[in-house]
Design a protein around this ligand. Structure first.
Ligand code: NAD
Length: 290
């Protein structure tokens, strides 16, 4: 690294808090080195109330782009000059490109989800999709699937503080992507959930259920609804294979994937936006995700 960094090295970074545990600096710095790019990536601990100051400082310092994690994602979406369609609909940015002093906000979480399915031979275009969840990951997945041509989206969430966000997402998708038929239902209505799953091509868990300490749980208790043609995808990546994914595999679903691929491909999408180059995803996966 000391040989790589010069007076001309361009800077990228992550802002949010906490960031100390983040794998992003290792992933991006490795990828810059592998692709021969004279860039470096750091992580800065930035609390919500310092977001604007931090963004202005990054502009002054000539930062070329930055990733954003909680709790700054929504605030950054208000501060940038332009938003991608996905970031506009989601109302949050996780990737900002700085060009000629202007900030371009994107959200690559949903892109990562869609790309991960594509890598597994599945296209969301024209598909009926049931998504459990109405938080950050779920919203990004729902919006990107709608933008990428999903025919029908059925959202299920328990009646908690996230339900209203799901209702907002439904309204925004109805306005911006009228060809996508979208609705939200309480997760507690199990019969409606199971009927939607039976009628779906793709079923997604984007809740925290399945993630430690809820790793012994799945929101689909009746495994007979997992039909063989159903594609099953989890946003949860810790553990790598959730009970939800294990149950789907055991029931014979043709594709059942965990969230690690989504994580890898959202980083690769940000790398492409930052540099115009492809991230060496095979090596990055082997080194940092396996
Ligand atoms: P969030 O806090 O924004 O949303 C939490 C969601 O989980 C809400 O829909 C909430 O209603 C639901 N939920 C929580 N506990 C529940 C329970 N007991 N029963 C039913 N529903 C419950 O969280 P988020 O950022 O959207 O993250 C959700 C999951 O997705 C996490 O496991 C996170 O690690 C994962 N994630 C993965 C990626 C990726 O790239 N693979 C990206 C972002 C998030």
């Amino acid at each position: 690294m000391e040989k790589r960094i010069t007076g001309r090295t361009g800077m990228f970074c992550l802002i949010g808090t906490p960031v100390g545990h983040s794998g992003s600096p290792a992933m991006y710095n490795y990828s810059f080195a592998q692709t021969g790019l004279d860039y470096a990536y750091l992580a800065y601990d930035v609390p919500l109330e310092k977001t604007e100051e931090a963004v202005n400082a990054l502009k002054v310092l000539g930062c070329k782009g930055f990733n954003v994690t909680m709790p700054c994602k929504t605030r950054v979406a208000e501060l940038v000059d332009e938003l991608s369609d996905a970031a506009k609909l989601i109302g949050a940015c996780n990737t900002v490109v700085v060009k000629d002093g202007k900030l371009y906000g994107n959200n690559t979480d949903g892109m990562g989800f869609v790309r991960n399915l594509k890598e597994n031979g599945v296209d969301v275009k024209g598909k009926k999709i049931t998504v459990m969840g109405a938080g950050g990951a779920a919203t990004a997945i729902q919006v990107q699937c709608a933008l990428d041509g999903a025919k029908k989206l059925s959202i299920f969430n328990r009646k908690d503080e996230f339900y209203a966000n799901g209702e907002k997402t439904v309204k925004k998708i109805q306005q911006m992507v009228p060809d996508c038929e979208v609705s939200i239902h309480p997760l507690e209505e199990t019969d409606a959930l199971y009927a939607a799953i039976k009628d779906s091509d793709i079923l997604v868990n984007a809740t925290k259920v399945g993630m430690k300490p809820l790793d012994d749980q799945s929101l689909v208790e009746d495994v007979s609804v997992f039909h063989p043609d159903l594609v099953v995808a989890d946003a949860v990546y810790n553990p790598k294979e959730t009970k939800f994914v294990q149950d789907a595999k055991a029931a014979g679903c043709k594709v059942a994937v965990g969230g690690i691929g989504m994580l890898l491909w959202q980083g690769a999408a940000a790398f492409k936006l930052f540099t115009g180059e492809d991230m060496p995803t095979d090596e990055v996966y082997e080194l940092f995700f396996k």
